[in-house]
Design a protein around this ligand. Structure first.
Ligand code: MN
Length: 320
């Protein structure tokens, strides 16, 4: 998915060492963002209250939307660099095409993981004859310095390990949870899991104590440490926890995200993650000049032009 904000704001993450007072629990509201002409998403990260959770730096959740009478998702070719995109569906289908020549239909339970590294472009759309409902999340992971100029790649994981325990089923997208380890490539300590709870569930999940975490409700209401959260919000949980208590009165589904606080300062603008405003300006020029991000074949539509940079020189702020 592309960040289709007409005027994307420059986002400078302060880095872990000066990340403020470190609230242990934060309830963050999503912001409604219009993508294209009709589809609306809830943007949970970056958020006024918090920019990152571990290396997770961007989080949109969308649907469930009835797209039966529409074309559904149509996001034309656009570039990425310095990040991984995680495409995750609860319902529906999305066709991914990228400049490496990958062409893959993603379905619920299957992971599309694109490591942009130094640069890639892709397009995403609802395939012809798509199912009527579209429901999912698009997440980005910031790459650490040692991986951010690596060659781009696309991984498709049609099945993922599941942690099952009575009322709990947790599919592990990335990282490891309760002994279930995802084969997906990660470049910093990271967790992403799709957790299903059946009615009357009372479960405890083991957590990595040096991770910070966040809970994103996708359907139904989940009780997290006595706090009831529903779709539309992101619940941030600071580091130092070894267990997470979840309860559900009715069945529900949530994404559990985590990672060690990201140590490097990032500059995020439009679809790019970099380390300085100069770097952002350079990759924007590369995209507008064509070539450097490759070409996506097979998508019926034009590449998305980069928005104008905000006025003035984009500068990363000092660490202290
Ligand atoms: Mn994208």
């Amino acid at each position: 998915m592309s960040n289709l904000d007409a005027k994307p704001k420059l986002t400078v993450s302060p880095g872990a060492t000066d990340a403020g007072a470190g609230d242990q629990v934060q309830l963050l509201s999503g912001r409604r963002v219009l993508l294209g002409e009709s589809s609306e998403v809830r943007r949970l990260l970056p958020n006024l209250g918090r920019r990152m959770v571990g290396a997770w730096c961007f989080l949109d959740s969308y649907g469930p939307d009835d797209i039966e009478a529409t074309a559904g998702m149509r996001v034309g070719p656009h570039p990425h660099c310095g990040l991984q995109t995680v495409s995750w569906l609860l319902d529906g289908e999305v066709l991914h095409r990228d400049s490496l020549g990958s062409e893959q239909v993603l379905r619920p339970g299957q992971l599309g993981l694109m490591t942009a590294g130094r640069g890639i472009s892709h397009a995403e759309e609802s395939p012809p004859g798509h199912p009527p409902i579209l429901h999912g999340a698009q997440l980005w992971v910031a790459l650490p310095d040692e991986a951010r100029f690596a060659p781009p790649s696309f991984e498709f994981h049609p099945s993922l390990p599941v942690l099952e325990d009575g009322a709990l089923g947790a599919r592990v997208l990335i990282g490891e949870l309760g002994g279930a380890r995802s084969p997906a490539s990660a470049f910093s300590p990271l967790l992403g899991a799709d957790v299903s709870l059946s009615a009357e569930a009372r479960v405890e999940l083991p957590l990595e104590a040096d991770f910070e975490h966040a809970v994103l409700p996708m359907s139904g209401t989940v009780g997290v440490d006595g706090l009831a959260v529903s779709p539309g919000v992101l619940l941030y949980l600071g580091p130092g926890r070894t267990r997470l208590s979840l309860r559900a009165d009715e069945s529900c589904r949530l994404l559990l995200l985590g990672g060690t606080p990201f140590e490097q300062r990032i500059v995020m603008w439009w679809n790019f993650v970099a380390r300085s405003g100069e770097e952002i300006a350079a990759v924007r020029e590369e995209w507008m000049g064509g070539g450097a991000f490759g070409e996506v074949h097979g998508y019926d539509g034009a590449p998305i032009p980069a928005p104008e940079l905000p006025p003035g020189t984009l500068k990363a702020r000092g660490r202290s």
